[in-house]
Design a protein around this ligand. Structure first.
Ligand SMILES: [Zn+2]
Length: 387
């Protein structure tokens, strides 16, 4: 844990440490490492990296966005381990955790700091609010940047869809606890949801529509849980994932019938055949298109075997058809390039290639005999305004 690495409204995880910074705005200095939300978010990146290391380099927008969501969900669940916080949240929301509260408002202080110079980059009252009404759409069809009020394919922005569904499901689970649930019930529900989340992550294959697979795996984990909690949260989970479009209605209905018939769920061993722990295979894209020379651009494709026959909801009727893994990898690369997040080093010809001299780099190109490998340096935590 590196508590103050210099001047920036930032924090990041780079597989060596959790890195924190400080920044000054409006006459006040904000240290990112002072925020429990930010610290738990960074720690969340490290925990997810231990659970599914293949996600670190996965070339897909949804996997990167899920990493951010997991950071925020970690902050939510960690906050709920404090008795005083549980009591305060229940009092503030009158027991309705779907209301905006100190629980849902992540990183209020850093959000304030960033708002002083980039008012549209963050929510009006925090960095990101887990109480929101964003509805899933394939992120490949979204712009690579947008103000905080809109959804974009930028991972922190898109992460809000999953985080919101998770908090709504947790709020529903809390209401199920008893007629008048209290802070001990809230802790019990938070522990159940932590376990379900981890079980879902371990079972879900890394594919372009990763969020739908994780959602289905969480619902399945609840249905398969041992003991008194078996199936307890099925309704609130499906409801929340459907309300945010992460599961289409047909998919949510289908999860129950998979269990009844045993079809449409590949065996766990098939889902895990490419991982966890094993690197995803490279797909070769054209580097010339991006002015990076004639050698192929190698990106790790989200191509594990699908385990659950589920998909997200289309805006009109039915489900979204998922992208193939090569298309997902291409969309991921173009997004990173548009935002200037790839350190291209010496690749490509000066005057032809696009260099973004003043942007924060999360990835770099590593030369190998086969081509240029897109490699992640770190998970930037979005506290740094793009310069
Ligand atoms: Zn992050």
């Amino acid at each position: 844990m590196l508590l103050d690495e210099g001047v920036d409204f930032n924090a990041f995880y780079d597989r060596r440490a959790l890195n924190f910074f400080h920044g000054t705005a409006g006459g006040r200095t904000v240290f990112s490492g002072e925020s429990p939300d930010v610290v738990c978010h960074e720690e969340g990146h490290a925990v997810l990296d231990a659970l599914r290391p293949e996600l670190f380099d996965a070339g897909t927008i949804e996997a990167a966005a899920f990493h951010e969501s997991f950071g925020d969900m970690s902050a939510l669940l960690a906050a709920l381990q404090l008795p005083s916080m549980r009591a305060a949240i229940i009092a503030d929301t009158q027991g309705d955790l779907t209301r905006s509260s100190r629980l849902s408002r992540l990183a209020e202080q850093l959000g304030w700091g960033i708002r002083q110079t980039r008012p549209s980059a963050v929510d009006p009252d925090c960095l990101r609010n887990a109480v929101n009404s964003f509805f899933y759409t394939n992120p490949e069809a979204l712009p690579s940047r947008a103000p905080a009020a809109s959804l974009s394919s930028e991972p922190h922005s898109f992460s809000r869809v999953f985080t919101a569904a998770f908090l709504e499901a947790l709020a529903g689970g809390f209401r199920l606890s008893s007629a008048n649930p209290g802070e001990a019930d809230l802790q019990a529900v938070s522990l159940d949801f932590g376990r379900l989340l981890v079980a879902g992550i371990l079972a879900a294959p890394i594919v372009p529509e990763y969020m739908s697979q994780v959602a289905a795996a969480i619902v399945a984990a609840d249905a398969e849980a041992e003991g008194a909690t078996q199936g307890k949260y099925g309704d609130v989970l499906k409801s929340a994932f459907v309300r945010h479009g992460i599961l289409s209605q047909q998919s949510a209905v289908g999860i129950a019938s998979f269990r009844a018939t045993g079809v449409a769920v590949a065996p766990r061993t098939a889902g895990m055949a490419a991982g966890p722990g094993r690197e995803l295979p490279h797909v070769a894209l054209s580097a010339a298109e991006y002015g990076l020379g004639d050698r192929p651009l190698l990106v790790r494709a989200p191509s594990q075997p699908r385990r659950f026959a589920v998909a997200a909801a289309a805006f009109g009727v039915g489900s979204v058809t998922p992208s193939n893994s090569e298309h997902a990898a291409r969309a991921f690369v173009e997004d990173l390039m548009e935002r200037g997040h790839i350190d291209i080093g010496g690749a490509g010809q000066p005057g032809v290639r696009i260099v973004h001299p003043h942007t924060f780099k999360t990835h770099r190109l590593v030369s190998s005999p086969e081509g240029l490998m897109l490699t992640r340096i770190l998970f930037d935590c979005g506290f740094r305004a793009i310069s």
